[in-house]
Design a protein. Sequence first.
Length: 208
Amino acid sequence: MARFPKINLDITHRCTLQCQRCNRAVFALRGQKVPGKDMTMNNFKKVIKFFEQIHFCGQISDPIFHPQFIEFLRLLKIKGRDTIVHTAASHKKKEWYKEAFQANTHAKWTFGIDGLPKDSSKYRINQDGEHLFNMACMAAKIVDKVKWQYIVFKYNENNIEEARQMAKDNNIIFEVQKSSRFLEEDPLKPSNKNYFIERKNYAYKPKV
């Protein structure tokens, strides 16, 4: 059976964070519930037949909140699929993360921590950045590859090198990411123009 190179799956509709420029915020502004439901195991098995690489990078959710996520990871290891997980939520206990990492030691994990761990909740509201960084450090001892994704904002643009060193000290790949989701007058926008992407007519309007 021929397979395609890769697919990204948004496998649930849940997230505990309230990131101010996330697509979830748009639904909140409209007074709407975030749409979607948990992907079933049967549908997951059907999908992975046709793809070599599976990405879990939620656009309106975080994959760790799918009730069968660890089972998904185990299945992908058995099937030999390249597995990439993007996560930013921190509302799981250490034991859960350890089980998830061990379920598929070949998986690659990217942790979204925007700023020094103690400051990351300034954008990723409800995130426990220090807990999540500790889980990233644990992952680096278990799985094949771990990245720290660091979106640059005004509050963290002067901490990049300190964070980079923290990542290096813990065998974590450090990845600076520039956002284009800034309004013209935006308190989150970095003062250094090298740290964001200019995007005209950005339509998102934060709640005042």
